[in-house]
Design a protein around this ligand. Structure first.
Ligand SMILES: Cc1cc2nc3c(=O)[nH]c(=O)nc-3n(C[C@H](O)[C@H](O)[C@H](O)COP(=O)(O)OP(=O)(O)OC[C@H]3O[C@@H](n4cnc5c(N)ncnc54)[C@H](O)[C@@H]3O)c2cc1C
Length: 323
């Protein structure tokens, strides 16, 4: 029987969207494998009512523990205890940095197999098989687990489905491990621009080092406003690292994976680590002054020229058309 445990990341009264997607996916898989999906929540003063809402996404039981939100090892302690006590063989995570950290820690603690960046999970003879893209997303590899399996999804890989009823909430206390005592939260701050929502946008205007400086993003904001509707501005890692744009807007291997209807890249070379985060976009348009830039190899439309001249003209033309 394949029971599955999911970590539901919680912050200020709300659950993370990718965690809810992971619960929906786990519920579907557990149903196919003849088991149940359950969730773990670790936080300070989370109410039973809030924890029970995870049942709407398919959690049968929610194991709730008091502990610091944002640290990995206390979550590992709780998940390892619940998996041991309840005889659960699989854990599923919706992705994200904390998910990676907890998943890796849990794999080490339980001597389990672990697969990251998973985009699909199958059930074979009542067991889970995780699939992940490899070799720059050109092939798919499958992972099967000898004993316990830890499956960490790629961001947005698991679709969120609501419609269930309230879950049973079970309070748990795990003995803190030595590792958990090694870190504490000193302070908590909001990242500037952390509210950039690039994953939900229908049109993305992405900027790279070709913008020249942080002010270059003003051009892209103007273009995004001309498009209107669900349009957001995104970035490459090079410019995020340079502090020109917030991390929340980074696309790629170490950023977010997106698939908007239109992806417009301005001053982006098209490095493989960027490509893997945006190649599933429906239409890719690139503006680059170098006709040999790799991004043109996977663009539907390429414009060779100086973005400082092209982007303002494009914004004007789109605003005029929309008016
Ligand atoms: C482990 C690892 C993980 C990484 N993860 C990511 C990731 O998640 N996301 C990511 O994006 N990168 C990632 N990178 C970095 C990646 O390899 C590239 O360095 C980065 O994507 C390059 O960013 P860029 O295109 O903005 O800059 P550049 O490669 O410097 O390209 C700038 C482009 O702008 C063009 N240009 C310059 N001026 C103009 C102008 N006036 N008009 C038009 N075009 C102009 C140039 O011709 C050039 O093609 C990672 C690297 C490593 C090693």
């Amino acid at each position: 029987m394949a029971d599955i445990l999911v970590y539901a990341l919680h912050y200020e009264g709300a659950f993370n969207k990718n965690s809810l997607g992971a619960i929906s996916e786990a519920s579907k898989l557990a149903g196919e494998a003849g088991g149940s999906a359950h969730a773990v929540v670790v936080g300070e003063g989370i109410s039973d009512e809030l924890a029970a809402t995870l049942g709407e996404y398919g959690a049968g039981k929610v194991f709730k523990a008091e502990g610091p939100e944002g640290l990995a090892q206390p979550v590992v302690d709780v998940m390892a205890k619940v998996m041991g006590d309840e005889g659960i063989d699989y854990a599923v995570f919706g992705g994200g940095l904390l998910g990676f950290e907890v998943g890796a820690g849990l794999a080490a603690r339980l001597q389990a197999g672990v697969t990251m960046e998973v985009t699909n999970v199958l059930v074979e003879d009542g067991k889970l098989v995780a699939e992940r893209p490899i070799l720059g997303d050109s092939s798919i590899s499958q992972s099967r687990y000898k004993t316990k399996g830890i499956i960490i999804g790629r961001l947005n890989a698991f679709e969120l489905k609501a419609g269930g009823s309230a879950a049973e909430v079970v309070s748990v206390t795990a003995e803190p491990s030595a590792q958990a005592a090694q870190a504490s939260i000193v302070s908590r701050g909001e990242q500037r621009g952390a509210d950039v929502d690039i994953e939900g946008a229908g049109t993305l205007i992405a900027g790279g080092r070709g913008l020249g400086n942080a002010e270059g993003f003003d051009l892209l904001q103007t273009l995004a406003e001309a498009f209107g509707g669900s349009t957001a501005v995104a970035a490459t890692r090079a410019v995020v690292d340079a502090g020109w744009y917030p991390y929340a807007g980074q696309i790629g291997q170490t950023g977010k994976t997106v698939a908007p209807k239109l992806y417009l890249a301005a001053g982006i070379s098209g490095a493989i680590q960027h490509k893997v985060g945006m190649q599933s976009s429906e239409n890719i348009v690139a503006i680059n002054k170098d006709a040999n830039a790799p991004i043109f190899e996977f663009s539907d439309l390429g414009i060779v020229g100086d973005l400082n001249k092209i982007v303002p003209k494009l914004a004007e033309a789109i605003a005029a058309k929309r008016a």
